[in-house]
Design a protein around this ligand. Structure first.
Ligand SMILES: CC(C)(COP(=O)(O)OP(=O)(O)OC[C@H]1O[C@@H](n2cnc3c(N)ncnc32)[C@H](O)[C@@H]1OP(=O)(O)O)[C@@H](O)C(=O)NCCC(=O)NCCS
Length: 335
């Protein structure tokens, strides 16, 4: 059974967006130089043409800080103006301390608390929903939500089944109190841990602490059962959106734009078809950035706004599926 619709008004709106990607572009042809793959295979099966790769020494917190720096400049915020900082990431600089602490320190934010949130590719959406609750409760007036992932740190460069899919990048948004009937209207999130082995990093946690054996077995890299994840993603992306549409008395035709997690263009196309949504209303930046995990949704949102695809009053859905499994969708009326 879906969650009951939360009480309205939730009272939080996205008032600014920003992004950062590293300079280095890695094309499919570059990858074909070291892996048994081809531009044709990658484009046909995934829609990805290129992705970014962090410079030597560049980290998740550095990328996240660059996105937040740009966000604060766009909104004219100073170091005392951010109440909370929530960082969604699967590739923290270290297991601890939290990436939020590192970004806070890098930017000299003086009045901020924050934390990291782990929900893989659904991380940004879960962080968005969490941050919105701080605004809705009246506890905070400005919450920064960051999705940042340096996927090159955990991708096996010898594994053609995953190395071609992922990229590095960061996106950030600012949440502030919304005008009545604008901003975040509803959300639907679910976790299903039975999928834990279909997309994971086997070692490095308390289950399999780092050892010579885990390193030799390449268990500190991401592992994926691609076909299982693909099927799950197609059914769940459409399913989550349908839950929100149904309980808010809407149809797909009411949506100006869907901003989906960017894992595979074929997942986006199949989701659009299941919903009867015009393909141009399904945001896609996957050709340029690949799957940047927690960063894909803020990157795609920033891009859609920059291209004028979202206007005040538009209904927009953000939707994600990730390791765990984690799924979720968020409905908003753009302010
Ligand atoms: C990973 C994915 C692109 C693979 O595409 P696919 O069409 O399912 O391909 P398959 O896994 O069935 O593999 C087909 C063949 O291509 C091969 N192949 C895999 N990667 C390849 C590559 N980069 N280049 C060339 N061939 C490749 C496979 O080895 C297989 O060969 P075989 O038939 O001889 O065994 C796809 O399953 C996918 O996108 N899954 C979801 C991933 C995802 O969303 N992850 C993130 C979730 S947040």
């Amino acid at each position: 059974m879906p969650n009951p619709a939360p009480q309205r008004p939730q009272g939080a709106a996205i008032t600014a967006t920003a992004m950062y990607v590293p300079e280095q572009i890695v094309t499919n042809t570059d990858l074909a130089g070291t892996l048994d793959t081809s531009d044709e295979w990658i484009v046909t099966r995934t829609g990805i043409r290129e992705r970014r790769k962090g410079a030597p020494g560049e980290t998740t917190s550095m990328m996240g800080a660059e996105a937040v720096r740009d966000l604060m400049e766009r909104r004219g915020l100073g170091p005392d103006d951010v109440d909370a900082l929530i960082v969604a990431t699967t590739t923290p600089d270290m297991v601890f301390p939290a990436t939020a602490c590192l970004i806070q320190d890098r930017l000299g934010l003086r009045q901020t608390w924050g934390f990291d949130l782990s929900a893989a590719c659904s991380g940004f959406l879960y962080a968005l929903t969490s941050g919105a609750q701080f605004i809705a409760s009246g506890a905070h007036r400005r919450v920064v939500v960051v999705g940042s992932d340096l996927m090159s740190a955990i991708i096996d460069p010898r594994d053609r089944t995953t190395a071609v899919l992922f990229g590095d990048g960061a996106g950030a948004i600012l949440l502030e109190p919304a005008e009545a009937d604008y901003g975040l209207l509803d959300f639907h999130h679910r976790v299903d841990g039975s999928g834990r082995n279909d997309l994971c990093m086997p070692a490095g946690g308390s289950l399999r602490p780092a050892s010579q054996e885990t390193v030799a077995a390449r268990e500190h890299y991401l592992r994926q059962n691609g076909r299982v994840v693909f099927k799950f993603a197609v059914s769940q992306m459409a399913g989550c959106i349908e839950v929100l549409l149904q309980r808010n008395g809407l149809t797909a035709a009411d949506l100006a734009m869907v901003i989906p997690h960017q894992a595979n263009q074929r997942i986006l196309d199949a989701t659009a078809e299941r919903l009867g949504l015009p393909h141009e209303n399904m945001a896609s930046v996957i050709a340029r950035y690949g799957n940047t995990t927690a960063a894909t949704i803020p990157l795609a949102l920033h891009d859609a706004l920059a291209r004028g695809r979202i206007q005040r009053g538009d209904l927009v859905v953000l939707v994600a599926v990730g390791a765990g499994f984690t799924v979720g969708a968020t409905l908003m009326r753009w302010q």
